[in-house]
Design a protein around this ligand. Structure first.
Ligand SMILES: [Fe+2]
Ligand SMILES: [Fe+2]
Length: 263
């Protein structure tokens, strides 16, 4: 429901869901989080939701059924061929918008709810990642196209380097209502409202098993760093948590609060 007391719109952004442990804890706790924080819209990064690698049609619909409204992704979206069946046909499934022209899928989606038109944009950084098109200039082009179609613009900026994420936050400050980083699977404690009114956090963190190395079996991960050979890939079990943030946006499209969640 709209937060009638403050006349604001509250968005829950959920960090990368890793495999079945991430999906199961979200199923158990999402409704409670939504009720506690009076959430109006839920965005979740699903790039690792299918066994750590991408997303499938069944998992997409499972996440929609528990209350997720828009699913963003990142570099791992290409890791399961099942995703190619839904990249074009599911409007609320996004892949980073700055992949080169001709790549399947789409990078933004608008949801109209409670009198607010919210545009979710997915972009990906380039530092220590694939050298795809410039996310900064892609945002500029999308902003020109979308600014009159949406009251609220929020961005999942999927990137490795905090420097690139911070720079992107300042680049869009005053134009976007919120920027949240994903991809590192480690939540940062730098949530703030930038000078122009953009809510910001460098990384939301991860939703999955924390008895792990970023959601993956820790023994295999250690072995990989010891040997630099191909080692089995397996989603970890144990110590499940949800990492997320709540952005409260006012009628002018400015962030009023940013609240980190670890539960
Ligand atoms: Fe991820
Ligand atoms: Fe990623």
């Amino acid at each position: 429901m709209q937060n009638s007391v403050n006349n604001t719109f509250k968005i829950l952004a959920i960090g990368d869901i890793v495999g079945r442990p991430g999906r199961e804890i979200l199923k158990d706790r999402l409704q409670g989080i939504m009720d506690t924080h009076r959430i109006d819209l839920v965005v979740a990064n699903g790039e690792n939701s299918a066994g750590g690698k991408s997303i499938t049609p069944d998992i997409l619909h499972e996440l929609f059924s528990i209350g997720v409204d828009v699913i963003t992704t990142g570099n791992h979206v290409w890791d399961n061929k099942e995703v190619f069946k839904i990249l074009d046909s599911e409007p609320a499934l996004l892949r980073p918008a700055n992949y080169p022209p001709g790549v399947k899928g789409h990078g933004w989606h608008i949801v109209e709810r409670k009198g607010f038109r919210t545009c979710v944009i997915n972009l990906q950084g380039r530092l220590f990642m694939e050298p795809i098109d410039c996310p900064f200039r892609k945002f500029d082009a999308l902003y020109d196209e979308l600014k009159d179609k949406a009251d609220i613009i929020i961005i999942d900026f999927h990137a490795e380097a905090t420097s690139e994420k911070r720079a992107f936050g300042w680049h869009v400050d005053g134009r976007a209502s919120a920027v949240f980083g994903t991809h590192t699977h480690v939540q940062t404690a730098d949530e703030e409202i930038l000078g122009g009114g953009t809510g910001y956090i460098s990384d939301l963190g991860m939703t999955g098993s924390f008895n792990s190395v970023i959601g993956i079996n820790k023994e295999y991960s250690v072995r990989r760093f010891l040997t630099f050979t191909r080692v089995k890939f397996e989603v970890a079990e144990g110590n499940r948590k949800i990492n997320a943030a709540v952005f409260e946006i006012n009628k002018e499209g400015k962030a009023q609060s940013v609240t980190r969640i670890i539960t």
